[in-house]
Design a protein around this ligand. Structure first.
Ligand code: BV8
Length: 246
């Protein structure tokens, strides 16, 4: 149950925010029918992301890793952005200084037209040649050949950041700059356990920023958030946009 006082506190802060930074995780796509990673439906076809989303799993068994991504792309390919995704696009239109950092690789934010966005863990519709490093979009669902191959003959991999891999330098630089510049960070639908992104709310707090959390349950971020709004992001985000009334 969300207390009206908490909503008022969040709206009051947003109305006085100069630079809004939004950070999203798998929870914002949950109402689009996409399983999360750690919730009670957080099994991806009996696998945990930590088991297969790694360079070692891909090296050992690229076919199984690709079958897992092909299965996920099948689910995501049928999904639509939900009111939570669209509300974030509206926030981008309201705030002159705005950035969205998403950990999600499903591409749903991009389908709302949001432009000032960093897909900090990559995008599972983009593939990368393991030899040349060249990237391209591969929208085919289901894949006609597994593993998919580059014209050069080498295997293609999903252009996402796996566990044990460093985040793209440019994305990280953009994120660190926004962490310094923002006065309000709104964290939506993340369990706050995957680093280095999990450290972002703490960074904003230590810079004197204000942290708003939106989640269906308490997380480690709840301990440092200035206000936590517990409920579905597809309900809360549109309510906040309406309350801003701009
Ligand atoms: C790295 C792409 C340097 C692939 C993903 C300390 C510092 C640095 C690294 C580490 C460290 N400690 C450990 C590490 C290693 C590791 C890590 O963090 N491990 C964790 C498990 C402890 N980090 C890394 O490896 C990172 N690399 O740091 O490089 C380095 C290099 C070598 C060695 C060491 C360091 C790379 C991490 C990126 C991994 N890639 N995804 C793919 O998806 O296929 S991570 C994956 O988890 C997704 O990106 C996902 O977005 C992300 C985080 O999960 P969440 O989004 O939070 O999803 P989750 O299910 O957990 O939570 C959903 C939440 O939504 C819940 O709270 C739920 O209550 C809520 N919810 C549900 N429904 C709703 C809702 N909320 C609102 N409304 C709803 N309707």
């Amino acid at each position: 149950m969300i207390h009206a006082a908490d909503i008022d506190k969040a709206v009051e802060r947003l109305a006085n925010t100069k630079f809004l930074l939004v950070l999203t995780g798998a929870g914002i796509s949950h109402e689009s029918g996409i399983p999360t990673f750690r919730g009670n439906d957080g099994l991806w076809q009996n696998y945990r992301a930590e088991e297969l989303a790694t360079p070692w799993a891909f090296e050992r068994d690229p076919v199984t890793v690709w079958k897992w991504y092909d299965w996920r792309r099948g689910i995501i390919g049928k999904a639509e952005p939900n009111p939570g995704h669209h509300a974030i696009k509206e926030l981008e239109d309201i705030f002159e200084n705005f950035l969205l950092i998403t950990q999600n690789v499903d591409g749903l934010h991009g389908r709302t037209g949001v432009t000032r966005m960093v897909e900090i863990h990559g995008n599972l519709w983009r593939v990368r040649c393991v030899r040349e490093g060249k990237t391209s979009m591969l929208m085919e669902v289901p894949l006609s050949s597994i593993p998919p191959r580059c014209e050069c003959g080498e295997m293609l991999r999903p252009d996402v950041v796996w566990f044990g891999e460093s985040l793209p330098t440019q994305a990280l630089e953009q994120a660190f700059k926004a962490l310094e510049m923002c006065d309000t960070l709104m964290v939506v639908g993340t369990s706050g356990v995957v680093y280095p992104v999990a450290s972002f709310p703490e960074t904003v707090k230590s810079n004197g920023g204000f942290v708003i959390e939106i989640n269906t349950e308490a997380t480690p971020i709840s301990n440092i958030a200035d206000v936590s709004l517990y409920g579905k992001s597809g309900d809360i985000l549109p309510a906040l946009v309406n309350a801003l009334g701009v």
